[in-house]
Design a protein around this ligand. Sequence first.
Ligand code: 5GP
Ligand code: MG
Length: 174
Amino acid sequence: MTETNMKEMFSRQTIARRVEELAEQLNADYAGREVVFVCILKGAAIFIADLVRQLKFDVRIEFMKVASYEGTASTGKIDFSLDIGSDISGKDVVIVEDIIDTGNTLSFLSNHLAAKNPASVKICVLLDNPTRRGEECLSPDYTAFVIPNQFVVGYGLDYNGKYRHLPFIATLMR
Ligand code: 5GP
Ligand code: MG
């Protein structure tokens, strides 16, 4: 399971503490509101599961699926395969994503959702790798960890479908 070319970056305990802090921030910001959380499959599934269980306001969960990566090299192509199933007009929306790298995926997603006339759209990411992103690009509203430009797996993030189940986040040396 854990391979020799894998090095732990954030432990299970560190992630749990940080997700708890993010939940507190969301509880303060959205107190008394109803919020639609949009989980970007598959990478954000584990993160959102831990996050929403600590929220104290009304929560709805929707799922969307896009894929811009194959292996560890960006294909630059965004494949959009599952849209949200409900009407979000007038609703507060929070997109939950595993990692923002170039920002292409989240720009595409937030534009797509903004076109459905929600009251607001915010972005919540587990990881932010800002290295390859231009200054003018969008930045997340909620971030658990900012990371250096390394390929990471675990806690939902995969390498060719593997390692999503790892309870920690690790770099993968190639
Ligand atoms: P962006 O469109 O921001 O360049 O890429 C974001 C997507 O690329 C993420 O949703 C994720 O699927 C994938 N990605 C980017 N960096 C990593 C990484 O370090 N590890 C893994 N597993 N996926 C990544
Ligand atoms: Mg992804």
